[in-house]
Design a protein around this ligand. Structure first.
Ligand code: NAI
Ligand code: UGA
Length: 447
């Protein structure tokens, strides 16, 4: 009989994983502690914006006409434990308030809710990003709390998907990493991932700590690459160089590669910033803090970018204060093709200017509801054109395709002063300058 899979925590990662597992042919039951999320998902609706996810849910959620019916949702841990052979834990692991360390309380709570119901053999698979050493500790607790004892086994299977590409990344992962302690656990996970592996995804089998570390190492590397190019942008600005050309030239070296070398206001989101901080905190606990002191610099280069954009805006306005100035902000999400505003550099810059007395108007294609929720005092507009109306300066802070397709001449007619700062190095300076704009991009020459 086909494996039955459950997914605990149906946020950006879990909702996508559940739908992808149904697409791969498994019977799937998703669980969340937020009943409103479960109600939406049960109707095939996605509680956030992720391209392609609603279509995939529509193909599989039970009760939707023409669907496979393989995907259902619940809030009952008992139902999940009765149903599943393999349980994926996909709950959030945010940064602790006021600390660098990871808040493991959601993971602990998910395990505590599931374990007492496990009356038949089960493989519990951690997917959340956790500090190294967590799996070892959770495995012991799991076997102790489950009625089935040692037959409730743990594996760790970190996730590498990117928001905006979550569906494709899940169905066609560039690698699958599993930390296992038994041949049975490996066998079950090989069965779960049979299709992507047959299609070429490498399957890497390792121990718990290595599996946990691959994830934090990968995100640390990506963060380091971005801060490296942003440090080069700082030097380019001082030396009148062009960081975009520099990145292009560096990227032709295969050992360096072209990706993740876009300078700008830096990285944000629910993962890279908190993951590098949690990694530093954990290394400290392990007595290996010196190994990761460079991540402190990666973090501070990154956070400096946001402040630098605020300085550039003041400089462009030719004043020392934002009082009485109208600032249009294009973009609120931490990256395009997502509605996620967690630790968004764009919203942070908008917020700083607002707190310094500027009259800020934000527009984002998909992030407006989330932005309004966390920053209700900012001004919001329903379109880019409306946002820039009467603006003294326009900041381009999230590189949505919609912004690349704007008509610079049309926008110039709507603003008070046609000055644009590109915080993502994604707009073509020539096109905007030709249309009469004073255009400045981070790390690039002024004119
Ligand atoms: N968002 C992403 O692109 C990726 C996230 N990750 C990792 O995956 C984990 C989840 O991240 P997201 O999906 O972004 O978070 P999220 O916040 O969107 O989703 C987490 C979900 O878990 C639910 N939840 C919390 N406590 C629970 C409990 N005790 N039982 C059941 N459900 C519970 C929440 O209600 C929420 O729906 C994190 O560890 C993150 O670092 C890993 C790779 C990619
Ligand atoms: O652990 C996670 O949750 C995920 O974190 C990142 O994925 P994601 O946060 O979706 O976004 P990225 O595409 O990595 O972008 C992160 C941030 O870096 C910024 N960035 C990216 C690339 C670049 O060249 N420059 C740059 O500033 C983006 O604007 C964004 O704010 C990783 O890319 C995923 O592999 C990982 O699974």
């Amino acid at each position: 009989m086909a494996l039955r899979i459950t997914v605990i925590g149906t946020g950006y990662l879990g909702a996508t994983h559940a739908a992808a597992m149904a697409e791969l042919g498994f019977e799937v039951l998703g669980l969340d502690v937020v009943p409103e999320k479960i109600a939406l998902l049960s109707q095939g609706r996605v509680p956030m914006y992720e391209p392609g996810l609603e279509e995939l849910l529509g193909k599989h959620v039970a009760g939707i006409e023409g669907s496979s019916g393989r995907l259902r949702f619940t809030t009952s841990f008992e139902e999940v434990a009765d149903f599943g052979d393999v349980h994926f834990v996909c709950v959030n692991t945010p940064q602790k308030q006021g600390e660098y360390a990871c808040d493991m309380s959601y993971v602990e709570s998910a395990f505590a809710s599931l374990a007492p119901h496990l009356k038949r053999p089960a493989l519990v698979v951690g997917k959340s990003t956790v500090p190294v050493g967590s799996a070892e500790r959770l495995a012991a607790g799991l076997a102790a709390a489950a009625p089935v004892g040692e037959e409730a086994e743990l594996a760790w299977n970190p996730e590498f998907l990117r928001e905006g590409f979550a569906v494709d990344d899940t169905l066609h992962p560039d690698r699958i990493v599993v930390g296992v302690r038994s041949a049975r656990a490996e066998e079950l996970l090989r069965e779960v991932y049979r299709t992507p592996v047959a299609e070429g995804s490498p399957f890497i089998v390792t121990d718990f700590p290595t599996a946990e570390l691959v994830k934090t190492a990968a995100n640390s590397f990506l963060a380091t690459k971005i801060s490296f190019i942003n440090a080069m942008a700082e030097v380019c600005e001082a030396a009148d160089g062009d960081v975009a050309k520099l990145a292009e030239a560096l990227g032709h070296d295969d050992r360096i590669g072209r990706k993740f070398l876009r300078a700008g206001i830096g990285f944000g989101g629910g993962c890279l910033p908190k993951d590098i901080r949690a990694f530093m905190a954990r290394a400290g606990e392990l007595g290996a803090d010196q190994a990761l002191t460079f991540l402190r610099e990666v973090d501070s280069v990154n956070m400096r970018r946001r402040g630098h954009m605020v300085e550039l805006a003041l400089e462009a306005l030719g004043t020392t204060s934002f009082l009485g100035k109208r600032v249009a902000v294009l973009g609120a999400t931490f990256k395009p093709d997502s509605d996620d505003v967690r630790d968004s550099p764009a919203l942070n810059v908008a917020g700083q200017i607002h707190l310094q007395g500027g009259q800020v108007t934000v527009y984002d294609p998909k992030g407006m509801d989330n932005a309004r929720r966390i920053f209700p005092t900012l001004g919001y507009a329903d379109s880019a054109l409306e946002a820039v109306r009467g603006a003294d300066v326009v900041l381009h802070l999230t590189e949505w395709r919609e912004f690349r397709e704007l008509d610079p001449a049309g926008l110039a007619a709507a603003v008070t002063t046609p000055t644009l700062l590109d915080g993502r190095n994604a707009l073509d300076p020539e096109v905007w300058r030709k249309a009469g704009w004073t255009f400045r991009a981070m790390g690039r020459p002024r004119a």
